[in-house]
Design a protein around this ligand. Structure first.
Ligand code: SER
Length: 311
């Protein structure tokens, strides 16, 4: 029986993961927790929900005990652009917050903890094409540094205490449920909001800045599949490269134009975001995830756009 606590449940991934987990494991068994961002109505109304400040160990420990949790998805995090703007907050949430989560998980003998990493865990010294699962990781953003910390800490708690911590390195995620906030890959969401609102998009990345991407259903599938993966098959734990497509803004705009011929795109480059994107892989190799837990993406660009524009 799984009883799952999800932190960051109001965020881009949490707001779509919680309903899916509730479908699979039962609404009462999935507790949605958020700090300052209000939870979407459907999540508040469909099962237990609460607030949690991950910088406070006592709050996490109290929730695990109160709801008798055995599994934890830790999604609460400050994204790449906000983290550069507020290093202290990013440190508190992404580093201290994660430490508290791992300690509370260990102290309460949780069975499984999922901590997603990101393509941001790579950096300018990484081979940026077909980036292997194991390679140089010297990120130059606070967010990326915190993701490397998370990967290493996950492995540390597994080897030292037997805590089953796992995580995928997520690429940019294309989705529609939450408005984009402060990520580098957010253009792939914002562009669709602009398609619907004014059929025009001012893009902050260069037309040919390529990044690994994935449609949300694949990201949810990857997270759940890894949580359920047979521990005996896992050689790696933190973290696995996963991807579905490798996309630049112009290719995405050209594809959208096939469906919405009036759509136009202009480029107003934000140097800060562009240089973050330039330090991340253009394409990644996810063969390790395929081998160890049969990962495979369902959505290519064509299927993503067709479904997105119908939703
Ligand atoms: N989507 C995140 C960001 O752009 C990367 O993990 O910050």
């Amino acid at each position: 029986m799984k009883r799952i606590l999800v932190t960051g449940a109001a965020g881009q991934i949490g707001s779509e993961l919680v309903p899916e987990l509730r479908k699979i494991y039962g609404s009462d068994n999935v507790v949605a927790a958020s700090n300052v961002t209000p939870l979407p109505d459907d999540i508040r109304e469909s099962g237990p929900s609460t607030t949690v400040n991950v910088t406070d160990y006592g709050q996490i420990d109290g929730l695990i005990k109160k709801y008798d949790m055995d599994t934890l998805y830790h999604l609460g995090s400050i994204l790449s652009v906000s983290a550069e703007q507020n290093r202290r907050l990013a440190y508190q949430v992404n580093i201290t917050g994660l430490y508290n989560i791992l300690e509370a998980a260990k102290d309460n003998n949780l069975q499984r903890i999922i901590v997603p990493s990101s393509i941001a865990a790579f950096g300018p010294d990484t081979p940026l094409d077909n980036t292997p699962n194991e390679t140089i990781q010297r990120p130059n953003t606070i967010y990326g540094i915190s993701k490397v910390f998370g990967e290493l800490m996950g492995d540390y708690y597994f080897h030292k205490f037997g805590l089953d911590v796992r995580g995928v390195r997520l690429p940019g995620i294309i989705s529609w449920k939450t408005e984009p906030t402060a990520g580098t890959t957010d253009y792939a969401m914002s562009i669709f909001y602009s398609v619907i609102r004014e059929q025009h998009y001012n893009c902050y990345l260069k037309p040919d800045t390529r990044l690994p991407m994935m449609y949300m259903p694949d990201a949810i599938e990857a997270s759940i599949q890894l949580m359920e993966a047979d521990p005996n098959r896992l050689i790696h734990r933190n973290a696995f490269n996963v991807t579905a497509m490798h996309l630049d803004p112009q290719t995405l705009a050209d594809e959208i134009k096939k469906h919405i011929p009036n759509f136009t795109i202009e480029y107003k480059i934000d140097q800060d975001r562009e240089s973050i994107a330039q330090s991340w892989p253009r394409t990644i190799d996810d063969s390790v995830a395929k081998k160890e837990w049969d990962w495979s993406a369902d959505y290519d660009l064509d299927r993503t756009i067709n479904e997105y524009l119908q939703s």
